[in-house]
Design a protein. Structure first.
Length: 286
């Protein structure tokens, strides 16, 4: 029985998944399995035997997706060297770079970028930056920002990367986005990052967003301000109450307006200004 199973497995690997395998892990081929588990020796044998590295499951997952999602850099290198499509999309629109970012694998992210992976996908789909923020992988967030990730990429379900970072309470990710010039008042159905911070009742997140210009009076599509999502007399509610009653200082308003004028990549532009170092530090929140 075992000897009869070998050619059957090889046959499945060569021809791809069966339509009858929809929604079933049987639609994953041996090359998917080797990539998922980081089995480089098995993967090399399959590639050498002529197996196609761009086989897809019924949900359009490729072996490269599997390797990236689990951070197996050696498998990623083998697959790309064998001709794997670096920007292949699964049924959800995610690329291998999205999966590597979600896994927080800096090695995989860097290697994919070096091999031509696109950091910015089409509009209204989750981007690698969204995925990194969702998983709280702040180092990946910083790297993606460095290589030109769109800070205002808008996913129809999640909004901007800042919305995602705040909804998941990943302060380091939110801070990296804000420092880079992300729009703190970007809205999804009129809902801002401050609305998310209020819903998760994270006072530190609220303070940081307000410091970067978050509008405490913004109303969502239900007509509610961020404070309307807090418990009465809770630390978060008191925080909002303070900000609603206390006007911003003139120097804070100047900083916010200058950064707004400079837009995305504001820090890079500020550092080039012919102004005193202390002013640069203030404008860049250092």
């Amino acid at each position: 029985m075992e000897t009869e199973a070998v050619p059957i497995i090889a046959s499945v690997a060569l021809r791809g998944p069966l339509i009858g395998d929809i929604g079933n892990w049987h639609s994953r081929t041996p090359v998917h399995d080797a990539s998922r588990h980081g089995n480089t020796s098995q993967l090399r044998e399959l590639i050498d035997s002529g197996v196609c590295v761009n086989l897809v499951t019924v949900d359009s997952i490729t072996p490269l997706h599997e390797a990236c999602l689990h951070g197996h850099i050696q498998c990623v290198k083998l697959l790309l060297a064998a001709g794997a499509q670096v920007d292949a999309r699964n049924i959800d629109g995610s690329t291998p770079l999205c999966d590597a970012s979600a896994a927080g694998s800096l090695e995989c992210v860097k290697f994919l970028l070096d091999n031509g992976a696109k950091v910015n996908p089409p509009l209204f789909t989750a981007s690698p930056l969204h995925e990194a923020c969702m998983s709280g992988k702040s180092e990946c967030v910083k790297l993606l920002i460095e290589v030109g990730a769109n800070l205002e990429a808008h996913d129809c379900h999640f909004g901007t990367p800042l919305h995602v970072a705040c909804a998941r309470e990943h302060l380091d990710c939110a801070k990296a986005l804000l420092h880079a010039g992300a729009n703190v008042n970007a809205a999804k159905l009129h809902e801002t990052a401050l609305h998310h911070a209020a819903k998760v009742k994270n006072t530190e997140l609220v303070k940081m967003l307000v410091e970067f210009g978050g509008n405490v009076y913004a109303r969502d599509n239900r007509g509610k301000k961020p404070t309307d999502y807090t418990w009465p007399n809770s630390p978060t509610a008191k925080c909002f109450e303070y900000y609603e009653k206390t006007p911003r200082s003139l120097y804070q308003l100047c900083r916010l307006n200058l950064r707004k004028t400079l837009g995305q990549r504001a820090v890079e532009k500020i550092l080039k200004l012919n102004i005193p170092t202390r002013l640069k530090q203030y404008l860049t929140y250092n």
